[in-house]
Design a protein around this ligand. Sequence first.
Ligand SMILES: [Zn+2]
Ligand SMILES: [Zn+2]
Length: 378
Amino acid sequence: MAKGQQRDFYEVLGVSKTAAVDEIKAAYRKSALKWHPDRSPANKEEAEIKFRECTEAYSVLSDPQKKQIYDTYGHAGLSSAGGGSGFDGTVFQDFHDIFGDFFGFEDVFSGGRRGRSRAQRGSDLRYDMTLTFEEASAGVTTKIKLPRQEYCEACNGTGAKKGTGVAACQTCGGRGQLAYQQGFFTITRTCPACQGAGQIIRERCQECRGQGRIEREKTIELRIPPGVDTGTRLRVTGEGEPGPNGGPAGDLYVVLDVKEHPFFERRGADLYCTIPLSVAQAALGTELQVPGLSGDEKLKIPEGTQSGAVFRIKGKGLADPRGGGKGDLYYHVRVLTPTKLTREQRKLLEQLGYSLQVSNKPAERGSSLFDKVKDIFG
Ligand SMILES: [Zn+2]
Ligand SMILES: [Zn+2]
């Protein structure tokens, strides 16, 4: 701060030499508010210098010992007394941390506001729910029992026994906040004794033991749309915990876990399953009844179907829970090579083998032996 001539501290704050502590404080508050850098974004640099200046002036004039030195010896006295001009410059490094937003800053000087209502939003709740595959695919309406904190009706959520009222909190004197001196700054914190309410209960409500809230089991009807999956999160607005001091309730999040199906594999809204075919069925073709999501489906296997062929039935998959279209149903066929043949079967296959000719050369790349997905209609 050894930059040129320093202005007189009384002049900086605009107070007389005989000003009382309160007057100095009020003057500082006024200047600090005026020169707060956040308030002068266009002229931040100048504002910061002015702010430092008035803060430095306040740090000296608000301290009786430093004030006396300053009154007697001026700026020089403070430098020789050590610690520069008597204020710790590092404070400004955490300038924004200390003051935060502007209102936080104002709190520093107003000493906390009286009777402040601290309405807050209630907590969100999470409820984990397991569904069968069928429930998830068809959607379901179900009731869940949810233990949650509800308002105590006996005391209207105040926690005070009816007719006893409340008293000002002794710890914070009803301000709801406690001021701590840190250097020459005053930092306020929410009073731990009354959680910032500024009030303390005289006599506890017996119903809620002074909590103002009671844990109750609430039954909530849940409509789960079709097509939900593991990890789907449903939000039920306003069914979380009620907000303290009359604040809005939080939300309830229902997080779903869907059990796996014994043979349908899910990929998004599409479903896959594998159907075994005999060599004869694959070669000659056949018509099968295969299980679908809603009853059986007819699956026509054409002559000469290769192992690995995939058949699709459009629109028979799962619903999109957000209201989009439906997924598809895929049947993947696998031709089973017969094992443990009887003597007769072996003989028949040997005969077949003589008449069937297969070239055992490597198949050309790209010319897939396996069929592409085939759509089935009906
Ligand atoms: Zn109560
Ligand atoms: Zn308190």
